[in-house]
Design a binder for this molecule. Structure first.
Ligand code: G3P
Length: 219
């Protein structure tokens, strides 16, 4: 099981890597736009150089041929680039073609087990169910991960599940238990995962007790 960061922010990526728990990054057009980088391609290349693990970069075309052209340009930026393609008919045609050429594809905007099945059949390396966005409309995001995991296990698919659209640390535990191979996190959720009041209280108490001991006995 692996954790990725769902961000295009360089400083967040550097911190996540420094903490030793992040092994990949996913981006999407909204996340990249937020960074206001002067060149999308240069920015993605920079991320891939820093991460040295899978970095998903999304195509913005909607037609198969245009997606394939875009994917080839993105792929050439770094060997670790994974192409993110939306779950559409055009997208699955592009997924099939690119997968056959050995380009790793992450099928995104997946909201049902049926869509995940289509992505796997088209040859996707990864499939990204959006947990939080399903919860937002009163559906069961974690349940979706469980269903996809079961389908892939029963039918022996190699496609890996990247649980995306994660809103809080509880989601992380739940999707991991439901069978996600990878969880891609907003930086805020990664930071929240470190925190527990009893850890802080525990550290404070250990240091206080140590101070008393040192005062009484010296080094
Ligand atoms: O990157 C895809 C997904 O994680 C987006 O999440 O928070 O926009 O629903 P969110």
């Amino acid at each position: 099981m692996k954790l990725f960061l769902d961000t295009a922010n360089i400083s967040e990526i550097e911190k996540g890597l420094q903490w030793g728990v992040i092994s990949g990054v996913t981006t999407n057009p909204s996340l990249v736009a937020k960074e206001k980088a002067s060149s999308f391609h240069e920015h993605v290349k920079k991320i891939a150089e820093i991460v040295k693990g899978p970095v998903s970069a999304e195509v913005i075309s909607t037609k198969t041929d245009d997606m394939i052209k875009e994917a080839r340009v993105l792929s050439a930026l770094d060997p670790n680039i994974v192409i993110k393609i939306p779950m559409t008919k055009e997208g699955m045609s592009a997924t099939k073609k690119l997968s056959e050429e050995g380009v790793p594809i992450n099928v995104t905007l997946v909201f049902s087990p049926q869509q995940a099945l289509l992505a796997a059949l088209a040859g996707a390396t990864y499939v990204s169910p959006f947990i939080g966005r399903l919860d937002d409309i009163g559906e069961d995001g974690v349940g979706l991960v469980y269903d996809i995991s079961k389908l892939f296990l029963v039918h022996d698919f190699n496609t890996q599940i990247i649980a995306a659209s994660i809103r809080h640390p509880r989601h992380v535990f739940e999707v991991a238990a439901a069978g996600a191979h990878i969880i891609t996190l907003p930086f805020k959720v990664l930071e929240q995962m470190f925190n527990h009041p009893l850890t802080n209280i525990g550290i404070k108490k250990f240091l206080e007790d140590w101070e008393v001991y040192i005062k009484d006995h010296g080094n």
